[in-house]
Design a protein around this ligand. Structure first.
Ligand SMILES: *Cc1c(COP(=O)(O)O)cnc(C)c1O
Length: 219
């Protein structure tokens, strides 16, 4: 299928209330422009360097999301324009984003990335760490940040029950924190598991290969 067919197919499968973050990492700006021209405004990248190279070449009304592990010393390169940082996994990073956003007088949206997978390779906060961090935000500690939701990745497995179990853990935390202050975004699900994620309550999905095709890391 062409990119256009892929994109329309994914859009058709998403309920209206579910946001699509088109994950464009490794793909050239010409391809991103093609998907933009189909109406897509929200794109996700996982590397600062790559995003910084692509940003000036693409329309300014794209909302860029960082979805990959972010080192504190790289925040300064994206603070002026990034819309949302989905992969906040430490207080140190939160403080740095707050500081850099302040320099531009802006509010950067962030999601707390929570570790829900069994695999220990995945980055993320433990559940017990996410709650006090969110409380600090609610108490006014990070004035140039808005924690608007949670992000999580399930274990890479064929076992649907396990994926469901992991997504449900995050949905429960989302509901719990929403009682302290209402959260907007629950980001779960990628090309292979987004239907399960939506079933479990996701209202934002991060889809790459199902739109753009396989990534070629050899280039
Ligand atoms: C690459 C990536 C995705 C998209 O993965 P696909 O399987 O290509 O849809 C989603 N989330 C994160 C954090 C990623 O790094």
């Amino acid at each position: 299928m062409s990119i256009q067919e892929n994109y329309n197919d994914i859009k058709r499968r998403l309920p209206e209330n579910v946001e699509l973050v088109a994950v464009s990492k490794t793909h050239p700006t010409s391809t991103i422009q093609e998907v933009y021209d189909l109406g897509q405004k929200v794109f996700g990248e996982n590397k600062v360097q790559e995003l910084v190279e692509k940003y000036p070449l693409l329309p300014k009304d794209i909302q860029w999301h960082i979805i990959g592990h972010l080192q504190t010393n790289k925040v300064k390169y994206i603070a002026e324009f990034v819309d949302t940082i989905q992969s906040v996994d430490s207080e140190k990073l939160l403080k740095e984003i707050n500081k850099e956003a302040g320099k531009y007088n802006r509010t950067i949206k962030v999601l707390l990335q929570v570790k829900i997978a069994e695999e220990d390779t995945k980055f993320g906060l433990e559940i017990e760490e996410a709650k006090p961090l969110f409380e600090k935000f609610v108490n006014g500690e990070f004035e140039n940040i808005a924690i608007t939701g949670l992000m999580g990745m399930a274990t890479f497995t064929e076992d649907e029950n396990q994926i469901k179990k992991e997504f449900s853990v995050l949905k429960n935390l989302f509901d719990e924190l929403s009682q302290i202050k209402k959260l907007e975004t629950l980001s779960m699900g990628m090309s292979d598991d987004f239907p399960i994620a939506i079933e479990c309550g996701a209202n934002s999905v991060r889809v790459g290969s199902a739109i753009f095709g396989r990534r070629d890391y050899s280039k």
